[in-house]
Design a protein around this ligand. Structure first.
Ligand code: C2E
Ligand code: MG
Ligand code: MG
Length: 574
């Protein structure tokens, strides 16, 4: 029997026990109210269970006591002010307030029936809280990144559009900050995706913690994050961007790993760098690549010539892919000079790219590109093999034996095959491991120090000597430094530069040298250009130096000549 006629029967036969029982026991929550006054006339048990109030407590009360006062006018549907389930056949969604104070989402099917001379409104209530919760969750999922819980690209785009609409016609500025982690792939591939995920979650939480309320923090995918700032200006965006870089740089503990990440950050602002999300995103991306090219761990504001540089970069990338086949790479050698007697004790192999139209391309320009594209792996292998072949030729020509150091990029350092690769190259050229040295930058080694200890030990087992390059620019933990099985430190050029003029840099250099002594390591100073720097380093008892004072990096044959002639740096008498 359809429900309304059934109810009519109940009310017509009010004394009839059977009908009453059916009404009471119905699993649907039902309430009846006087159509004239809106007073509740009856409710069944299911309704009592739903709201937690008893029938006796509710009878005679206005119908709307069931409903919480609406915060949002949109939820009170037209024609049912204060949630009167009025019109026949109408279905409304509303909320009821339970005795416990909970708000329950309900769907009310409204009907009416005539009972004697009175018209009664009937509401059939279904609890739709679970459905609502699922809908909310789906909406949330559609707009958020499941890994970090941050906004996703879709929501970032929507919010940016809203901010731009508000800013239009006013003098307000909106800034888009695009953040890309440096060398994330290495952590992700090297330590596993679970560590990569934990790292992304941590970085996401850090960004969210420093963002102002009202700014949108999003993860666009991979290791790319975005923050959209409202009501700002260039200077504030720069300050904030620098704060983000600092925040990202704090060590992160994931399980047994302590990781240090850096990021490159690009900024595009409305109205100057784009009128919509797509334009701002494209330009923030170009700026972010600008920051990567400048050496990473820094920020750049967009400028129009960056797009040209992006196109340039793509060309260069294509050329670099072909450079190895076309044998356009060459190694140059920079002598390492012992400070005590000015004797050449080794060399650093530095790669150069002789490009058919651009001329000599600096490694500062193409090594970061090679790292991003993964091309550094075959290039790095070529460097090791070429250096070994060169040493063999020098030995065969009867030159005094000197050790040649090659630089390792982050990706190479993480490659499981590297120790075997080095052993094979030494073997193929009949060289002892004494001949080859490796340089790993401090920032690469410190990025995942526990992992580095393992890799360094495997490399040491091959017999080669290992140097920590660009020392002083990274964030070394002394505890780890002590545990690294390395042979020496190379003081970064930036300190040597002002060693004779800036007391702070002088102190740092002196401390690095003392530290190396303490750890029984050797120290080499990079970029020594003047006699003042030389004499400072001599007094500080630094072991060796490289720099223009003695020689820049030179061709293999020039280096051979230098060894044959036995040329030394004419060290002034102490
Ligand atoms: P690095 O390993 O720290 O190399 C030292 C850089 O300082 C070299 O620049 C060298 O030419 C330069 N330099 C040496 N003495 C002086 C000086 O007195 N004054 C000044 N201003 N500069 C000096 P280069 O050759 O441009 O290489 C830059 C960086 O590129 C290297 O820094 C290294 O990180 C990277 N690189 C070079 N060759 C390779 C390679 O074969 N593999 C990898 N992965 N990276 C390489
Ligand atoms: Mg080096
Ligand atoms: Mg260096």
């Amino acid at each position: 029997m359809p429900v309304v006629p059934l109810l009519e029967s109940i009310y017509r036969h009010a004394d009839d026990c059977m009908y009453r029982t059916i009404f009471e026991d119905a699993t649907t929550a039902i309430a009846l109210a006087d159509a004239e006054t809106g007073e509740l006339r009856d409710i069944n048990r299911a309704m009592e269970r739903l709201v937690g109030w008893s029938r006796a407590e509710l009878l005679g009360r206005p119908q709307w006591v069931l409903h919480p006062p609406s915060r949002d006018s949109r939820t009170s549907s037209p024609g049912c002010s204060r949630h009167r389930w009025a019109a026949d056949g109408q279905v409304i969604e509303a909320q009821v307030l339970t005795r416990r104070g909970d708000v329950v989402d309900v769907e009310i099917k409204a009907s009416s029936l005539q009972c004697n001379s009175r018209r009664l409104l009937v509401g059939f209530f279904s609890d739709i809280t679970e459905r609502r919760r699922q809908e909310r969750e789906l909406r949330h999922q559609a707009a958020h990144d499941s890994l970090t819980g941050l906004a996703n690209r879709l929501l970032a785009e929507e919010r940016t559009a809203r901010l731009l609409a508000l800013a239009r016609g006013s003098d307000r500025c909106v800034a888009m900050l695009l953040i890309d982690l440096d060398r994330f792939k290495i952590v992700n591939d090297g330590l596993g995706h679970a560590v990569g995920d934990a790292l992304l979650r941590d970085i996401g939480a850090r960004l969210a913690a420093v963002a102002r309320s009202g700014d949108t923090v999003a993860r666009l995918g991979g290791d790319e994050f975005m923050i959209v700032m409202r009501d700002t200006h260039d200077e504030a965006a720069t300050d904030f961007g620098n704060r983000l870089l600092e925040t990202i740089k704090r060590p992160i503990r994931v399980g047994t790993h302590e990781l240090t990440m850096t990021a490159s950050l690009g900024i595009a602002s409305y109205p100057k760098d784009g009128a919509n999300f797509a334009e701002m995103y494209r330009n923030a991306d170009a700026a972010m690549y600008g920051a990567k090219a400048r050496g990473r761990n820094c920020l750049e504001h967009y400028s129009p010539e960056m797009n040209r540089r992006t196109a340039d970069r793509l060309d260069l990338e294509g050329d670099l892919r072909r450079a190895l086949e076309r044998q356009e790479l060459v190694l140059h050698y920079q002598p390492k000079v012992r400070l005590r007697d000015g004797r050449v004790v080794g060399a650093e192999a530095l790669v150069r790219w002789s490009h058919p139209t651009r001329g000599m391309v600096s490694p500062m320009e193409f090594i970061p590109l090679a790292e991003e594209t993964g091309l550094i792996v075959p290039i790095g292998q070529w460097v090791i093999e070429s250096a070994c072949a060169q040493i063999r030729d020098w030995v065969a020509a009867g030159l005094p034996e000197v050790a040649v150091a090659v630089n390792l990029s982050a990706l190479q350092f993480q490659s499981r095959d590297l120790p075997r690769q080095i052993a094979r190259a030494l073997d193929a050229n009949g060289l002892s491991a004494r001949c080859l040295e490796l340089e790993v930058t401090e920032s690469v080694a410190m990025a995942a120090p526990e992992e580095s200890i393992r890799v360094l030990a495997e490399l040491k087992a091959v017999g080669v000597r290992i140097w920590l390059d660009d020392f002083g620019t990274g964030y070394s933990s002394l505890a780890y430094l002590k545990r690294f099985p390395i042979d020496g430190l190379k003081i970064d050029r930036s300190f040597v530069d002002s060693i004779a003029t800036d007391p702070n840099d002088a102190t740092i250099a002196r401390m690095v040298i003392a530290l190396a002594r303490e750890l029984k390591m050797q120290v080499v100073a990079e970029g020594v250009e003047t006699w003042e720097q030389f004499s400072f380093l001599s007094r500080a008892r630094c072991d060796a130096m490289q720099g223009y004072l003695f020689s820049e990096s030179i061709l293999a044959e020039d280096f051979a000549r230098l060894l044959t002639q036995g040329r030394r740096l004419a060290v002034p008498a102490p």
